[in-house]
Design a protein around this ligand. Structure first.
Ligand code: HEC
Ligand code: HEC
Length: 445
């Protein structure tokens, strides 16, 4: 009996101990899952050992694009670069450097890690993951058509592709090299690079030519030839009726052309951006922006590029957007209008990758988000778009996919469509069809 009791007791204790363990491990799992969820949102599963994501290999999709694509803007391209001076030796060198992990501190991360040609030069994650698995604050934009950007990055902190390329190499959350010189020193002893630099620039491996070569390669990544381009060129059957209606809505009732076009009064069928910055209410509700703006004023020297770059990728101040660069209160949480080409295959969306589908994006615009956002752009307002109209704008956006990405585009369209029929976290029909709410005044600071 005693034995039994004590046996039973031991059993009970054991069971309790196990239950406690189980509970503990459950709590741990929940906490861990939360941490992961908060850092990366819904992305691919993270590696257990913190390390950089795998490095994509070059292939047909990383090759320079042709100027014979339907819709290729010859005049504009000649204006922003001089294609006749793009030298094949420089482009080839730049392409190789784009995939070169030795430019990173521990030899594991290259530009292509986050700008994977197979994913239209993005990483498919809400926010990027760099050296030692460090999770940044911003979504990686595509490099396709970046040659046409007047300013680079979501906050436009630099103008040229050369200036741009220097920053991720030393950013501690991206490639983490101690300096550009340090990165150069890791390839300068390589015989192949010595030959290629000599052929391309007529001198030894050096910092400036390395950045020029990368930029030169990026200038060959013009991406057009989409069904929409064929439609504009006169093939009326290139896109379906829903997409055609979507294109009309884009320039009218849906008000997209107010920002995604070079001028407000003319449809722009080329790049769908305005080289400007707007606060459209992304992420602002989740952050207390006023204290962050004060922190930026205190901690960041104005105009100090490396400081801004680090803050933008590694700190919560990322949400301040263009304000980090200009320090103008009206620029708080405003971001560069991105071009919309290949947008179907460059999700998740917005500077923080916070939206999963183009239907979520449309729901955001339809309700004219930002009720409690004093800095919201005046062009944001409820749109009263019906479901078929939303489907139409999405169909139009999907028609901007270049032929290289048709297969993954079709897959992605089906995935997003299916998701949109079961979950619409951004949808608020009452607000979409209601009056524009009164905008609060900016707080004093
Ligand atoms: C760890 C991921 C990561 C690596 C590595 C990386 N990038 Fe990026 N890239 C990003 C993110 C995230 C942004 C947006 C950051 C921002 O706007 O603050 C970006 C922005 C850009 C832009 C600006 C595009 C636009 O529309 O404004 C270009 C061009 C670019 N990267 C090219 C490169 C090149 C070239 C390299 C290698 C030298 C590189 N990237 C390395 C993640 C990465
Ligand atoms: C007031 C200016 C403005 C208007 C109007 C506007 N946009 Fe945008 N759009 C932006 C800005 C700015 C961003 C980036 C915002 C951010 O990430 O914080 C953006 C981002 C997007 C994105 C995400 C792209 C990406 O690569 O992540 C899509 C898609 C988009 N807009 C489509 C549309 C459509 C469709 C409409 C019309 C219904 C529209 N936009 C109306 C300024 C605007």
């Amino acid at each position: 009996m005693r034995m039994l009791t004590s046996g039973a007791k031991t059993h009970r204790m054991c069971a309790r101990f196990l239950a406690a363990l189980l509970l503990l491990s459950c709590i741990f799992a929940v906490v861990a899952a939360r941490a992961v969820g908060e850092d990366t949102g819904v992305g691919p599963p993270l590696a257990l050992v913190p390390e950089a994501p795998p490095l994509p290999k070059p292939g047909p999709l990383s090759e320079p694009r042709l100027s014979t694509q339907v819709g290729f803007p010859t005049v504009l391209t000649n204006y922003v670069i001089s294609p006749s001076t793009l030298r094949p030796a420089r482009v080839a060198l730049g392409q190789k450097l784009f995939f070169e992990p030795r430019l990173s501190g521990d030899g594991t991360v290259a530009c292509a890690t986050c700008h994977d040609p197979a994913r239209a030069f993005t990483d498919g994650r809400p926010v990027s993951v760099g050296i030692h698995g460090r999770v940044g604050q911003r979504n990686a934009p595509t490099v396709l058509n970046a040659l046409y950007n007047k300013m680079q990055f979501w906050d436009g902190r630099v103008y040229t592709l050369e200036q741009q390329a220097a920053l991720p190499i030393t950013n501690p959350f991206e490639m983490g090299s101690a300096s550009i010189g340090d990165a150069v020193s890791r390839i300068s002893g390589d015989k192949d690079y010595q030959t290629q630099f000599m052929q391309a620039f007529g001198r030894d491996v050096n910092e400036q030519d390395m950045l020029s070569a990368i930029a030169e390669y990026e200038r060959t990544l013009a991406s057009f030839d989409s069904p929409f381009d064929h439609f504009i060129a006169g093939d009326v059957n290139a896109i379906n009726d829903s997409a055609k209606h979507g294109w009309e809505l884009f320039n009218d009732k849906a008000r997209c052309h107010l920002c995604h076009a070079l001028t407000d009064d003319q449809p722009d069928a080329t790049l769908f951006m305005d080289n400007d910055f707007h606060n459209i209410g992304i992420g602002i509700l989740r952050h207390h922006v006023a204290p962050l703006a004060q922190q930026a004023e205190r901690e960041l020297a104005q105009g100090h590029l490396a400081g801004i770059d680090t803050a933008a990728i590694t700190s919560e101040m990322a949400v301040l957007g263009r304000f980090l660069v200009t320090r103008k209160q009206s620029d708080i949480a405003s971001f560069k209008t991105p071009g919309l080409r290949n947008v179907l295959v460059t999700g998740p969306y917005f500077h923080d990758g916070s939206m999963q589908t183009l239907w979520d994006v449309m729901d955001h615009y339809n309700k004219g988000d930002g009720i409690t956002n004093p800095w919201l752009d005046k062009d944001m307002q409820p749109l009263a778009l019906t479901e078929p109209e939303i489907d139409g704008v999405v169909a139009f956006l999907a028609s901007l996919t270049s032929p290289q990405y048709k297969a993954i585009g079709d897959q992605e369209y089906a995935r997003q469509l299916a998701l949109s029929r079961v979950t619409r976290p951004q949808r608020d029909t009452a607000r979409a069809f209601g009056p524009k709410p009164k905008q609060p005044e900016p707080p004093p600071f």
